[in-house]
Design a protein around this ligand. Structure first.
Ligand SMILES: Nc1ncnc2c1ncn2[C@@H]1O[C@H](COP(=O)(O)OP(=O)(O)OP(=O)(O)O)[C@@H](O)[C@H]1O
Length: 456
């Protein structure tokens, strides 16, 4: 449907001329001949632009009525594009109306081409503004969803120590390197640090460095201008720019291609970068958090990670212990996950019987907290009574490791492919001590294919 324009003037000749012009250009119009009518129509109809005269009573030229009207509209609506029309010699009135919130001004008698250019521009700008408001609304919802639903659990001595350290460093702007096995909670702690920091009203932008291909690295991180390369049909904003004034979280930092590490170092040191295809230098202000399950010191020794980059990342290094080393966290975490899943399915929360509690506490947790979370969700779904027993955990407890949960069983494996695939990925990660690259290689998968499956 075409846009609806409200045209306000006390001269019927002007109204009919403008009505014809706008109709010929494909717009719908609605007319008002007094300020009162304008306010009534605006209260009832979804008008996309107001084109208004400033004088309504016979023989007045001061523009006072129009300015008052403008002021009243702007008290209620900041966004409606308003184009003001007035007669000769009224520069002062034009300036006054712009100060009161008019978007543009045209002198009478108008030139049709000029008026149409103004109307089209104002409609376009208003569309962009609506779109950006929608995006920022979506963004706020997503941020609230991400940070709102997870309650941090830390009951063990090492868990509490970790939380104290995190609270201490979060409020500084220091770069933080989080290390720990897969599923220990590195991404969650990164968000927690951001939420505690003075940047918490700005975005936390995450990048999984294992999923960024070498060829698209610069465009992904720094953005590109339109036409920078064959596929660059539109300009793109990179992650650094998106994170400006906020926090940039680089997950799986060890997987940054070596050839790109120098470029990353430069922007981290100088806070400056150029978009691909542009020579204009841009400035950014970000707080950096990185995470890895790899031993970066070893990677430096092996020559796959730059030493200078490591020194730039690890101002503060925080090690997140594996779940098997903080056993007192297991049951509180399990209960928190059962709470969460009960809320998700709107069902009562299940409890865990003492045999299952023992199983959970003696299991090795190669997939750490993530494995526990999935196990609790599965147990909630499969449990037939109000209490989860060992049989609901899907573990072969005599063997004590996840690998044996499948291998020690002579029954045919009748689970669906997705479940088997997930289990296999977990096993391989555990086998290779959380090293995703070696796990991917052992499964004959490319790094990006492996990450896609892992994220699924
Ligand atoms: N202390 C905790 N309290 C509550 N939930 C936690 C805690 N630690 C981890 N989790 C949950 O466990 C899951 C895995 O955590 P997360 O994704 O942060 O791990 P990770 O170390 O970043 O994993 P990866 O190395 O695979 O990226 C998430 O759903 C997270 O919310």
């Amino acid at each position: 449907m075409s846009e609806l324009l409200l045209i306000a003037d006390d001269d019927p000749g002007v109204l009919s001329a403008l009505g014809l012009l706008m109709k010929a250009e494909g717009y719908q119009t609605i007319m008002a001949s007094s300020p009162k009518e304008v306010l009534t129509i605006l209260a009832q109809r979804d008008v996309q632009l107001l084109l208004m005269d400033l004088n309504y009573s016979r023989d007045t030229t001061s523009g006072e009525e129009g300015l008052q009207l403008l002021q009243r509209i702007r008290q209620q609506d900041d966004c409606l594009p308003i184009v003001v029309m007035s007669g000769w010699g009224s520069i002062d009135v034009a300036v006054a109306s712009m100060r009161l919130g008019a978007n543009d001004f045209i002198q009478k008698p108008w030139e049709n081409d000029r008026l149409m250019a103004i109307v089209q521009n104002q409609l376009k700008l208003a569309g962009i503004q609506r779109h950006s408001q929608k995006l920022s609304g979506h963004n706020q919802l997503l941020q609230a969803e991400l940070s709102g639903d997870t309650q941090m659990v830390a009951e063990s001595a090492s868990g509490k120590e970790l939380m104290a350290l995190i609270q201490q460093v979060a409020v500084t702007d220091a770069s933080i390197l989080l290390t720990g096995e897969n599923g220990t909670g590195k991404s969650l702690y990164a968000r927690y640090i951001h939420d505690l920091s003075h940047r918490n009203q700005t975005p936390l932008v995450s990048v999984n460095m294992g999923a960024v291909t070498e060829s698209l690295f610069e465009s992904e991180m720094f953005g590109h201008v339109k036409g920078a390369f064959t596929d660059a049909k539109a300009a793109r904003i990179g992650r650094f720019e998106l994170a400006d004034q906020g926090t940039l979280f680089l997950d799986e930092i060890a997987n940054t291609p070596y050839s790109q590490q120098g470029k990353l170092l430069r922007v981290l040191e100088d806070s400056q970068f150029e978009k691909v295809g542009s020579s204009k230098t841009q400035q950014v202000n970000i707080r950096l958090i990185c995470a890895t399950n790899a031993d970066l010191g070893e990677a430096v020794r092996l020559g796959t990670f730059r030493k200078d980059l490591l020194y730039r990342l690890n101002t503060v290094e925080i090690q997140i212990p594996p779940l098997r080393q903080r056993k007192e966290d297991i049951l509180p975490l399990a209960m928190a996950f059962l709470d969460k899943v009960a809320r998700k399915y709107n069902q009562p929360r299940l409890s865990i019987d003492s045999a299952a509690q023992h199983t959970l506490q003696t299991y090795a947790w190669p997939g750490n907290v993530r494995e526990l979370q999935h196990m609790m969700e599965r147990a909630h779904i499969l449990c037939r009574s109000g209490k989860i027993g060992p049989q609901d955990l899907g573990l072969n407890t005599t063997a004590g490791t996840a690998d044996n949960a499948i291998a020690g069983n002579n029954e045919p494996d009748l689970r669906c492919l997705e479940v088997i695939e997930a289990e296999l990925i977990r096993q391989r990660l555990a086998y290779f001590d959380g090293n995703a690259i070696r796990a991917a290689e052992s499964l004959g998968l490319s790094r990006s294919a492996f990450y896609r499956r892992l994220e699924k």
